[in-house]
Design a protein around this ligand. Structure first.
Ligand SMILES: Nc1nc2c(ncn2[C@@H]2O[C@H](COP(=O)(O)OP(=O)(O)OP(=O)(O)O)[C@@H](O)[C@H]2O)c(=O)[nH]1
Ligand SMILES: [Mg+2]
Ligand SMILES: [Zn+2]
Length: 353
């Protein structure tokens, strides 16, 4: 089948977007993909070329990777609508506690870690939960392998974080391992996330085969980055597919629901039905199958600890941000308080002779 807009094929235009766009009823409208967000305007690639389009409040949030309908394309241009997303990566902004859109329509959330800094297992787990919540599949890239003699301990730590994760060991400098990563991108959109200085932009340049993104040396001593990349930008790979480069994230605030945390820990979900209590928190409850599995040595205690920590964090975030979750928790608390009073009353009642 021939494409409706061959100019957009390299950005991932397909039958889905074509069908969604066909439903739009607007004159002088054109489909395009947002390749950069500049605050008051977005850079959009359209069949007619790439242009800035101002954003007005009405459309709601637009983010990099979005497929949009640009109206009045011959004139000033405006975003008429955002086509229904296949995925949306967002995080909690630690300063405002609001959701911040990071990227849309991504297939893979790729956490980039450099061998010149410690790998943080907790951070990887957070990324995994965030990726599933977005509707994308997580992956890890351990880059700068040319700086170490033995990458095995780092890969082992990733395995500890999540044994099911896809892991790529690469060097942007020597090119080792880049082919596998390029293969992952074919027909897909990847988004790179990770600490400043971890090597995201260098990796983008290596994949694109050109210096399309600015990079800067890390601080000597602690290998801290300098926050070189300041906007999210989508790049097209000549080998096929797209990669979104993003600024180093200082704190990957979790914006995940307790459900998405659970989907990052399927082995716990499989055990849970065997717990005595349906709402078992797998902590100190009697008859807990999950704690039992840890005691029998079939479940890694670190996995349970990580699940508990992420679960707590997601639950707290839900409470802060979601009035419905707050009400539910309020009811739970009310039940608990009534139960406590009942028990107290029982205890203080005169005993039967
Ligand atoms: N030896 C070596 N150095 C690398 C490699 N990849 C990146 N670097 C270096 O690491 C430093 C930081 O790389 P950047 O690509 O700017 O890092 P970044 O993740 O984009 O950083 P921010 O934009 O600040 O988030 C640069 O000096 C790169 O040359 C690699 O594979 N090997
Ligand atoms: Mg960068
Ligand atoms: Zn349990």
């Amino acid at each position: 089948m021939t494409s409706t807009y061959p100019e957009l094929d390299c950005l991932g235009w397909n039958d889905r977007w074509s069908a969604l766009f066909a439903e739009v009823d607007a004159r002088d409208a054109a489909p395009g993909r947002v390749i950069r967000h500049d605050g008051s305007a977005v850079l959009v690639t359209l069949p007619t070329g790439t242009r800035h389009v101002p954003i007005h409040g009405a459309v709601g949030d637009v983010t990099v990777g979005d497929w949009v309908v640009v109206i009045d394309n011959e004139g000033e241009g405006a975003i008429g609508s955002v086509l229904t997303r296949t995925s949306l990566l967002e995080r909690r902004d630690p300063s405002t506690d609001r959701s911040q859109l990071l990227a849309a329509n991504v297939d893979r959330v790729v956490m980039v870690c450099g061998t010149d800094r410690p790998l943080r297992v907790g951070r990887i787990r957070r990324g995994v939960a965030l990726a599933w919540e977005a509707g994308a599949v997580p992956a890890v890239v351990v880059t700068k392998t040319d700086l170490t003699d033995d990458v095995t301990p780092l890969l082992e730590e990733v395995r500890v974080a999540d044994p099911a994760l896809d892991v790529f060991a690469v060097s942007a400098r020597t090119g080792t391992g880049l082919d596998d990563l390029a293969d992952l991108a074919v027909g897909a959109t990847l988004v790179f996330i990770g600490e400043s200085g971890s090597g995201k932009s260098t990796l983008v340049n290596a994949l694109v085969g050109d210096d399309v993104a600015a990079t800067a040396p890390v601080r000597s001593g602690d290998a801290k980055g300098r926050h070189t990349t300041t906007t999210r930008q989508l790049h097209i790979l000549t080998s096929g597919g797209c990669v979104i480069d993003s600024p180093g994230i200082r704190e990957l605030g979790i914006w995940a629901t307790t459900d998405s945390v659970d989907s990052a820990f399927p082995e716990i979900g499989e055990l849970a039905p065997d717990c005595r209590f349906r709402d078992c928190a797998h902590d100190k409850e009697p008859g807990c199958a999950v704690v039992g599995a840890v005691e029998e040595g079939v479940l890694d205690p670190e996995r349970l600890e990580a699940w508990q920590a992420l679960r707590r964090e997601a639950a707290a975030a839900e409470l802060r941000g979601d009035p419905r979750a707050q009400r539910q928790a309020g009811k739970r608390f009310g039940r608990m308080a009534r139960e406590a009073q009942r028990l107290k009353a029982e205890r203080t009642e005169p005993e039967d002779p």
